[in-house]
Design a protein around this ligand. Structure first.
Ligand code: KG4
Ligand code: ZN
Length: 339
């Protein structure tokens, strides 16, 4: 069992989707955070679960080794091993969980299980500035879109969410309709910077309260592209920048409208964004501008902590370690795991 509470070395592993990542933290400070992406999915227009698990199996040992080397520590220094238990692709999660079990057993140290969505929120505690509790976090990733009321490190409540597609999926599926490879979110962001965001309009669904829906939007992008392609087969290519700018603006407007409502309903004015889509330049600007206008304290993660990374798993595990929240070797991954 871990020795001193002031000398905590954690190895954290993230393998929930298509990035294999390992991080080393010392007393909550990141010493190394290595990420190996998986280009294998590009041509399929989305993550292929079976290919993702196989790539994790190939990547996990070198990625963990690289993290340990970068941190300049010996494995025997480790106090515990943390891993993403869910939500995510079950085969991908299985690789991280099994690896953590094997190494924890070999080193005789405890394990800490981490909820990936909580970890996205707690990425804000890797560096300064840190939000004060309570704060609101709009967590926008490839699989989730949630408005989270964060009362404490491990005390969070989802107060609104999407009923269908996540914001990341809205980006990726729109990009696919425009003929862009997976993941399309970063490409839409890039082309949007050169386009006219008011050129194309899309319908907005009427969703009550803090809930959202992106499926109608996706259909309206599909119809726009299909109808125009009948007249001009090169429509998407010729209008790529304007289409990307309009799609991005529409998704951001939908998110910001509900975020403003979340602040009004809760009275909480410390507002953060997290998850892969928080890397989007338009969303980052929108939060910054809205915050200035409305007197919010806004928190935007560093780029490397927006998309999937093991540093966020490590920081979450650090707070669980302090509370003694370890798990036994009977732990299993879970595809659906609510906050
Ligand atoms: O959090 P994340 O790395 O993985 C999940 O937990 O899902 O999020 C991945 C999502 C993808 O949908 C990707 O297209 C999107 O984040 N994404 C972006 C940007 N960077 C990543 N979407 C829009 N603009 C970006 N710059
Ligand atoms: Zn994620």
């Amino acid at each position: 069992m871990p020795q001193r509470m002031n000398d905590i070395y954690l190895l954290a592993i993230e393998s929930s989707c298509d990035d294999t990542s390992a991080a080393i933290l010392h007393n909550g400070k990141v010493l190394a955070n290595m990420v190996a992406g998986q280009a294998v999915h590009e041509e399929y227009g989305g993550v292929v679960p079976e290919l993702a698990s196989r790539a994790h199996l190939q990547n996990i040992v070198p990625v963990v080794d690289a993290a340990i080397k970068k941190a300049g520590i010996k494995k025997t220094k480790l106090s515990a091993i943390a891993f993403t238990r869910g939500p995510g692709l079950i085969g991908s999660l299985m690789v991280g969980v099994s690896f953590a079990k094997g190494l924890a057993l070999a080193l005789g140290i405890p394990m800490i299980e981490v909820n990936h969505m909580k970890a996205h929120v707690l990425a804000h505690f890797i560096d300064e500035p840190r939000p004060q509790f309570p704060f609101l976090c709009l967590t926008v990733s490839g699989g989730h879109t949630q408005f989270v009321l964060v009362r404490d490190y491990l005390d969070m409540e989802v107060i609104g969410k999407t009923h269908d597609d996540a914001a990341g999926e809205a980006f990726d599926k729109s990009a696919k309709l425009l003929g862009l490879p997976y993941p399309g979110g970063p490409l839409i962001d890039k082309y949007a910077q050169l386009g006219d965001a008011d050129k194309f309009q899309f319908g907005k669904p009427k969703m009550d309260g803090l809930d959202l829906s992106f499926s109608g939007f996706k259909t309206s992008v599909l119809y726009l592209v299909q109808n125009n392609k009948q007249k001009d087969p090169d429509f998407a290519t010729k209008n790529l920048n304007d289409l990307c700018a309009s799609i991005q603006k529409h998704i951001i407007d939908m998110l910001m409208e509900k975020l403003i409502l979340a602040v009004e309903q809760t009275g909480v004015t410390d507002v953060a964004i997290a998850g892969g889509v928080s890397a989007n330049s338009g969303l980052r600007n929108a939060l910054h501008e809205e915050g200035e206008k409305r007197g919010w304290n806004t928190f935007i993660p560093k780029f490397e902590y927006c998309t999937d990374n093991a540093a966020m798993i490590g920081i979450t595990a650090y707070y669980k370690f302090l509370k003694g929240e370890f798990v036994g070797h009977d732990v299993t991954p879970v595809a659906r795991y609510v906050i």
